[in-house]
Design a protein around this ligand. Structure first.
Ligand code: HEM
Length: 489
């Protein structure tokens, strides 16, 4: 066995004291010096709040998860360890530690428990699978997002955004978050099922509702019993599940008869890896992957879009510069997928929005073995959470970090910035598989809407937010509409 470093060998007295400490105290002190002991080693946990039952921490975490993580960072530094109820948690905040969790030490981790349990999805999926299951699914599904398919999806995104604003009127007021949710649903139906299927976006809404509800349910004790009770939500889940099943059967049939279909479900049916080694997706896997892709794509994209319009409304100079670019590139015509590359500043608006307010600002991994992150010991079973909102707002990497400045993405970088100082789509082998899709969706929404309308938040104050799961508007985003042509006459 490897010898512990000099000065770290515990004496019998030290070992005895630490054993006693471990028995009578939780495995941590306020300063974080404590320590787990085996016969040979003393290991240091990250600092963090004193452990109790963790109920107070739990309440804070539920009330404002992002605020809770930020307060811990301020108090304890770049790695914080604590216990919530009966679980161990460690949050990491620096690009270096985030990179270790997501990339260099990823084999020590599985995906965290969130999203893993739903009563609808029974097989491993890209979002929830681990190890070989995950590697196989990524290999099979990555090609579904290839350039050719994305171009087809971009056409759908553009059409849906043009259609969305057909009924808009000068001076109208609405909740922008409802609009961006509607738009992403209207895009999802033809993208997932194909234009010819004419699937109502309400089916996708129902799938989302039942997924979210069943995930909440699985957190309760006796979930499987509750799931069988004759409750309204259970009946609704069963009906939605059956409707989706029937539809996916039809889709699989269609896809098998017509190999040229490019809708996402057909791509899943035909999914093969480059080497042709992996077993294709089974029918159940196609169904489960469809559910999970709908779940992963909806709230993230709708939120990102809404935040873009919020920041544009608060920064009129940025908006004017974006409008100028849109006018120059498009010259008044409806965009086509090829315009994406030329919409440089519009893309920078999205990058800056995702920097300053990433909708997914933290993720979870579960340590499957004892390991170290930085100099700290992470016991097996700990949920380790890279919180990248911190480096994305750190002035070490971003001058004037709280200013919304899309031009910083066009300038030659004056700062050497670590790669993991910007991680809105995650990193490593588990980064967002739909990143290209998401960027197209938001950039074309900005271009099509920005070509004709200005959207102004009714209040210029920073809104109340809901931060459990995603960073989202708590009470929606009330806005008013002004038609741009009124500025030119
Ligand atoms: C602006 C919109 C989006 C944001 C900010 C976003 C963000 C993320 C992040 C941070 C992860 C990594 C999660 C982790 O490490 O645990 C992720 C994973 C994932 N995303 Fe997205 N996402 C967006 C849109 C989409 C879209 C449009 C799709 C599908 C069409 C999608 C599908 C997925 C899937 C399937 C995964 C799991 C990948 C894996 O673990 O291999 N996302 N996303």
């Amino acid at each position: 066995m490897e010898r512990p470093p000099a000065g770290m060998q515990p004496t019998w007295k030290g070992t005895f004291c630490l054993r006693i400490t471990k028995i009578f105290l939780p495995d941590q002190t306020e300063s974080g010096i404590i320590v787990l002991v085996n016969a040979q080693e003393i290991k240091k946990l990250p600092p963090g709040p004193k452990a109790g039952l963790g109920i107070k921490l739990f309440q804070q975490r539920i009330r404002d998860a992002a605020g809770f993580f930020e307060a811990m960072h301020e108090q304890y530094g770049d790695a914080v360890y604590f216990r919530l109820l009966n679980r161990r948690f460690c949050v990491v905040y620096s690009p270096e530690l985030i990179e270790q969790v997501l990339v260099t030490k990823r084999d020590s981790f599985h995906k965290g428990p969130a999203f893993k349990k739903t009563l609808i999805v029974h097989n491993p999926t890209t979002l929830t699978g681990d190890g070989d299951d995950h590697r196989r699914l990524r290999k099979l599904i990555q090609p579904c997002f290839k350039r050719k398919n994305l171009d087809e999806y971009a056409k759908i995104m553009i059409e849906a955004t043009v259609k969305l604003q057909e009924d808009w009127k000068e001076g109208e007021a609405f909740d922008m978050t409802a609009v961006t949710r509607k738009l992403t649903l209207n895009i999802a139906s033809p993208v997932f099922f194909g234009r010819d299927m004419h699937i109502s976006s309400s089916l996708i809404e129902d799938v989302l509702y039942t997924l979210t509800w069943s995930m909440k349910l699985t957190m309760l004790p006796m979930a499987s019993l509750i799931a069988k009770l004759p409750l309204r939500n259970n009946r609704f889940r069963k009906n939605t599940h059956e409707a989706l099943d029937r539809l996916i059967y039809q889709m699989v049939d269609k896809a098998r008869r017509d190999e040229k279909r490019v809708d996402l479900i057909s791509s899943l049916v035909h999914a093969t890896d480059e080497d042709g080694i992996e077993r294709p997706l089974s029918y159940e896997e196609v169904r489960d992957e469809t559910c999970i892709q709908i779940l992963a794509s909806h709230e993230t994209s709708a939120n990102a879009m809404a935040w873009c319009f919020f920041y544009l409304g608060l920064n009129p100079d940025v908006r004017v510069r974006m409008e100028q670019e849109i006018d120059e590139v498009l010259g008044g015509r409806i965009p086509s997928p090829e315009d994406y590359n030329d919409l440089l500043y519009t893309r920078a608006v999205l990058s800056e929005t995702l920097r300053i307010t990433p909708p997914t600002y933290v993720v979870g991994r579960e340590a499957i073995e004892d390991c170290t992150i930085g100099d700290y010991f992470i016991p097996k079973g700990t949920i380790v959470q890279p919180f990248w909102r911190a480096p994305q707002r750190d002035e070490k990497y971003w001058p004037e970090p709280l200013k919304f400045k899309p031009e910083r993405w066009l300038e030659k970088q004056s700062l050497e910035r670590p790669k993991y100082a910007y991680v809105p789509f995650g990193g490593g082998t588990r980064n967002c598989i739909g990143m290209g899709f998401a960027k197209l969706q938001v950039v074309f929404a900005l271009a099509v809407i920005g070509q004709r309308w200005r959207i102004d938040p009714v209040s210029k104050e920073f809104p109340e937010v809901r931060t459990l799961g995603f960073y989202a508007f708590k009470q929606g985003l009330p806005v008013t509409l002004t038609e741009r042509k009124s500025f030119h006459t």
